[in-house]
Ligand binder design. Structure first.
Ligand code: AMP
Ligand code: MG
Length: 350
C-alpha cells in the first residue's frame, strides 16, 4: 500500500521552523523523511529504533546487512551513540560538521538493525543547515542511507528522490541541489594514530593525513574485490551507482580518446560524459558535459545527475573519462569504476 508522501520545500530552516518541527515529528513517531545534506539526499529514520531501520531497508530495497550511517547535530553527540576517542576528537575538530563519516564501537542505544548486525556504528555530522535543523529538532540521531532505490545513483536533487521514493516514505524535503554530489568520506579508527579509508569523498586522503599520522586505504576503494574476499565495509561488495546501459571508462591521451569516440558514435547510440572543453568536438553523440577537465569539484557535483540523465536517454553504451586517483579524483574514480563494473578501456596512441 503506497504511502501518501508529503512534499516540503525548505530553504530557510530558521524561518520555516514549523515545517522542520513537522518533519522531526514524523521521525520521532517512527516515520521516514528524505532530507538534503551537503553530500547527497538521505533517507532518514530514528537511528535508535529497530523498526525505523527495518523500514528504511524496505523503502530502499537494500539488503539489510548493509549498515546505515547515523547523523548527529553536533560532533559531541557521538558519545551518546558510540564510544569515542581522542582520534575521533581530532577528526571532528578538523572536519565536522562536514562530509566525513567515522566508524566507532556501537553503544546499545543503537540497535543492530541500524548497523547491519555489526558492533560498530558509522557516525556523521552534516553541515547542511536543513539536515542540522532536522536532527536537532528530532532530538535523536537520524539513520540515513542515500535516498535512492538500491542500485540507482545517489540522488543529488529532490527530483531524483521523487522519481525513486514517492509513495515509499512519509515526507520528502526539497532543499535544492546538494553542493558536493558524492557521498561522505568514510574512515574507520584503528588506533590513535591510524585510520583506514573505506570510502573516499570530499574529505581527501591528503586532508586526512594532516590530522592522522597513518592513513591506510582499503584495497576495495580502487580495486575489484576477489571472489571470496571479505570486505572491510559491507557496502563494498554491492554493485552501486549502476546505470542500465554499460558504462565504459576510457584511458589514454585526450586526442586519441576523442578520435575513438568520434569513430564509435558513427556505429551506435553513444552517450558521452565529456569534459566541457570537448563539446564542440563530438557532434552527433548524446553529450553530458561533466565540467572542465581540471574542475574535479564540478565533475563530482554533476556525476550522479548525468548518469541518471544518460540512462533516461537509453543509449547503447555510455563512455566517460577514467578520473585521476589524486585529491577529489579518488572519490570520482571509486564511484565510476564501480558503476562501470571495472570496465576500463585503454586507447592506444596512434
Ligand atoms: P550509504 O548510506 O548509502 O551512504 O552507505 C553507507 C555505507 O557506509 C555502507 O554501504 C557501508 O559500506 C558503510 N558503513 C556503514 N556503517 C559501517 C560500519 N559500521 N562499518 C563499516 N562500514 C560501514
Ligand atoms: Mg548509497
Amino acid at each position: 500500500m503506497p504511502l501518501d508522501t508529503k512534499l516540503m520545500c525548505i530553504h530557510d530552516p530558521v524561518a520555516q521552523k514549523e515545517e522542520i518541527e513537522c518533519a522531526a515529528d514524523i521521525i520521532r513517531h517512527g516515520g521516514l523523511v528524505v532530507f538534503p545534506t551537503e553530500t547527497v539526499y538521505g533517507l532518514g529514520g530514528d537511528a535508535t529504533s529497530a523498526a525505523s531501520s527495518r523500514n528504511i531497508y524496505e523503502a530502499k530495497g537494500r539488503p539489510s546487512d548493509n549498515p546505515l550511517i547515523i547523523h548527529i547535530a553536533n560532533p559531541d553527540d557521538a558519545e551518546r551513540y558510540a564510544v569515542t576517542c581522542p582520534c575521533y576528537g581530532r577528526l571532528a575538530k578538523a572536519f565536522m560538521p562536514g562530509p566525513l563519516t567515522v566508524i566507532l564501537p556501537r553503544r546499545d542505544i543503537i540497535p543492530t538493525e541500524t548497523t547491519g548486525g555489526l558492533d560498530t556504528v558509522a557516525v556523521r555530522c552534516p553541515s547542511h543547515p536543513v539536515a542540522h535543523a532536522l536532527i536537532e529538532a528530532a532530538g535523536v540521531a537520524i539513520a540515513a542511507p542515500s535516498a535512492n532505490r538500491s542500485g540507482k545513483p545517489s540522488p543529488t536533487c529532490a527530483a531524483h528522490v521523487v522519481d525513486d521514493m514517492m509513495g515509499r516514505v512519509d515526507a520528502i524535503i526539497d532543499g535544492g541541489e546538494c553542493d558536493i554530489g558524492l557521498e561522505s568520506t568514510i574512515v574507520k579508527i584503528e588506533d590513535e594514530d591510524t585510520v583506514t579509508l573505506l570510502r573516499p569523498g570530499a574529505i581527501t586522503y591528503d586532508a586526512l593525513c594532516m590530522v592522522v599520522a597513518d592513513v591506510k586505504v582499503a584495497a576495495a576503494v580502487s580495486e575489484r574485490l576477489g571472489e571470496n574476499e571479505r570486505p572491510l565495509s559491507p557496502g563494498m561488495k554491492y554493485r552501486h551507482y549502476a546505470p542500465d546501459a554499460p558504462l565504459v571508462l576510457l584511458e589514454g591521451e585526450e586526442y586519441d580518446v576523442l578520435a575513438y569516440l568520434q569513430q564509435q558514435q558513427s556505429t551506435r547510440r553513444c552517450a558521452v560524459l565529456c569534459y566541457d572543453e570537448e563539446v564542440d568536438f563530438l557532434p552527433g553523440a548524446l553529450l553530458y558535459p561533466v565540467g572542465g577537465k581540471d574542475d574535479l569539484a564540478s565533475q563530482a557535483h554533476s556525476l550522479f545527475r548525468l548518469l541518471r540523465e544518460a540512462d533516461r536517454d537509453q543509449p547503447d553504451i555510455i563512455y566517460a573519462h577514467l578520473p585521476p586517483k589524486e585529491g577529489l579524483g579518488l572519490a570520482l574514480y571509486n564511484r565510476m569504476i564501480r558503476a562501470a563494473a571495472h570496465t576500463v578501456q585503454h586507447i592506444p596512441s596512434r
